[in-house]
Ligand binder design. Structure first.
Ligand SMILES: [Zn+2]
Length: 344
C-alpha cells in the first residue's frame, strides 16, 4: 500500500514537473513535494506503519524519490534560466557589425576648419604656435597689455570675473606677456584661443568666441611687415591677392594702432551683402606693440620693437561662408554644421 503511494507520488511529480513554465510554478512544485508539509514528508510519517520486512525497501525508495525530485528541480531551474537568456537575446536589437559604414556623417565645426587653415598658413611663414590659459589673472589679461585699472578699455570688454579675483580671458592678448617673456626679443608667435565676454547675444555677438593673436618682435620691424604677413595670410586663405587698408585705431596695447580692412573678396570692392555694400571688410585690430607692453614683457623697447594683431575666427568664418548669425557657431546645430563640409 505504502509502496504504491510512492509510485503515485512519483507519477504525480513527473506530470507537475512537465507542466512548469516559470520559476514561481517551480517553487510551488518544490513546496508541494519537498516542503515541510509536502508529500515526501507525508510519506515519511507513514514509515512507522510499514511492515518490518518492507521498511528497508520503503526507505530506499523514498530517499531515491526525494533525490530524484531535488535533482529534477535543479535541472528545471537551469533550463528556465537558459530559456530566459535566449528570450532576452532574441528581443534585443543587436548591432550588426557587418553593415556598411556611412562615412558621410560628422563634420568639423567651420571655425575649427578655418582655424586649422589659418594656423597652417602662419606655420608655413615660420610662426611658432602657442597656447594660453582660459582662466587668467587680471594682470595678464589687462595690466600687462597696458590696460591699467580704471582704463576705459576695460568697460569695452565686459568681463566674467571669478570669485577668486581671476577672470575668463577676454582676449587672446592675455597670453602675450607670458609669451614675450618666454621667447625674448626676437620671435614670431601666434596663439589661437577661446575668449569670453559677458555680452548680450545677438546675430553678431557671442559670449564665447575664438581669436588668434599674433606677435612679431625683432629689430627695425615696421608696419610694412605687418601688412606683408596679413596679405600673405589672406592670399593663402582666399587663393587670390586681396588688398588691405589701415584706418587709425585706438587700442592701449599698440602705438600706433590700426584697424585693418580687407577688400571684400566676394565683390572685389564693388559692394555686396557680405561687406554691407562698403567694398571693405573689417579684418583685425593691429598695430605696433606699445613700448610699455614690451617693457612689461622684459624686452627693451629702445632696442627692439614689433607688431601685434588679433584675428577673429568667427568673423573669418562668417566672411567665408556667408553665415549671417554668429550664434550658429556655438550651437552645434547639425543641420547647419553639416552644410559647411562642401563650402570650405
Ligand atoms: Zn562685398
Amino acid at each position: 500500500m505504502e509502496l504504491n503511494n510512492i509510485i503515485e507520488t512519483e507519477n504525480s511529480f513527473d506530470a507537475d514537473a512537465k507542466a512548469v513554465s516559470n520559476l514561481q510554478e517551480l517553487e510551488n512544485v518544490r513546496l508541494k513535494y519537498l516542503g515541510k508539509k509536502g508529500l515526501i514528508a507525508d510519506i515519511m510519517t507513514k514509515f512507522r506503519e510499514v511492515p518490518a520486512e518492507q521498511k528497508r525497501e520503503f526507505g530506499q525508495k523514498v530517499n531515491a524519490l526525494k533525490s530524484k525530485i531535488e535533482n529534477a528541480i535543479e535541472e528545471i531551474k537551469l533550463d528556465l534560466a537558459k530559456k530566459q537568456i535566449e528570450e532576452e537575446i532574441k528581443n534585443t536589437k543587436m548591432f550588426d557589425y557587418s553593415l556598411p559604414v556611412d562615412t558621410n556623417t560628422g563634420s568639423l565645426n567651420p571655425r575649427t576648419i578655418i582655424q586649422k587653415q589659418v594656423v597652417d598658413i602662419f606655420k608655413d611663414m615660420g610662426f611658432v604656435i602657442e597656447d594660453g590659459c582660459e582662466i587668467e589673472t587680471e594682470y595678464n589679461n589687462f595690466e600687462s597689455v597696458n590696460v591699467p585699472k580704471n582704463h576705459p578699455a576695460r568697460d569695452m570688454q565686459d568681463t566674467f570675473w571669478l570669485s577668486n579675483g581671476q577672470l575668463l580671458k577676454t582676449q587672446t592678448s592675455a597670453a602675450q606677456n607670458r609669451i614675450l617673456r618666454d621667447y625674448g626679443p626676437v620671435c614670431k608667435v601666434i596663439f589661437p584661443g577661446r575668449v569670453f565676454r559677458n555680452e548680450a547675444l545677438d546675430a553678431r555677438h557671442e559670449n564665447t568666441f575664438f581669436q588668434l593673436e599674433g606677435v612679431v618682435v625683432g629689430k627695425n620691424i615696421t608696419v610694412a611687415n605687418l601688412i606683408y604677413f596679413e596679405k600673405a595670410m589672406l592670399k593663402a586663405l582666399f587663393k587670390k591677392d586681396i588688398e588691405v587698408r589701415l584706418r587709425p585705431g585706438f587700442f592701449p596695447f599698440t602705438e600706433p594702432s590700426y584697424e585693418m580692412d580687407a577688400r571684400c573678396p566676394f565683390c572685389s570692392g564693388r559692394g555686396c551683402h557680405t561687406c554691407g555694400n562698403s567694398g571693405w571688410i573689417e579684418l583685425c585690430p593691429c598695430g605696433m606693440i606699445h613700448p610699455n607692453v614690451l617693457k612689461m614683457g622684459g624686452i627693451n623697447p629702445d632696442e627692439y620693437n614689433g607688431f601685434a594683431f588679433g584675428l577673429g575666427f568667427d568673423r573669418l568664418v562668417m566672411i567665408r561662408t556667408n553665415l549671417d548669425d554668429i550664434r550658429y557657431l556655438n550651437s552645434n546645430n547639425l543641420k547647419v554644421m553639416s552644410q559647411f563640409k562642401t563650402k570650405m
